[in-house]
Design a protein around this ligand. Sequence first.
Ligand SMILES: [Zn+2]
Length: 247
Amino acid sequence: MSVVNEIKCSHCGAPLTFEPGEMLTTCKYCGYTVLIETGEPFTLEHSLIINKFDQVQIEEPIKAWMRGGFLKPSDLAKKAKLTEKNLVYLPFWVVSVQATSTYKGVFERITPALSKEGKIEKEYDWLVLARKTAVFPTREYEVPLEGKIPYDFRKIESFARVLNSEIDKTEAEEQARQEIDENHRFLAQQDIDKIIEFKTEIKIEETVYLHVPIWFIKYEYKGKDYHLLIEGTTGTAVKGDIPSIKL
Ligand SMILES: [Zn+2]
């Protein structure tokens, strides 16, 4: 990781490092978070999900994933060689909202077509990944939010990497709004075939900055490399490449 710039932590005086494009940085020595652009302290909630595995223990959920489920080679757990086990604390924004969409449209599956109105009302803890280039299946993943604690730098393992946020709170909230609106349009299309009017109102109740421990695993099987992401608090596989089975 290249250090391009340096400011001092306003809490403990230690140097803070960050990369181009990052919006927030968290002090390695005291856990204090500042806004890079202004140097101002970050005043919103910053939380942490605890990692419960070390580099040996993590092999258990990895092997369990390899043994379980369909469509995996039967000798995968036995033959796969783990070549990388990296613990990374990925930054997320969790935007808690009440979202209400009202719509008018036409139901065309019957003749004559029918005009219809509807309403979708939902509450979400909407997850926004705070890194621009990382690949993470945010929509299919549910953060175990009940396990979150205030961010505590003492809980971060010395071998782990903590990534800073590349998007600020306002951008995260805007992204959540757009994604929720899209999601509701998709839901409305189960009910109507053509949307004539559509409006989503979103009430943001809370936005939390959160670091989640994710194990980035690389394994080799029959000469090829595959990737697997395991979340470090429950050991759940978030996403994994599965070698194809030759029939
Ligand atoms: Zn500090």
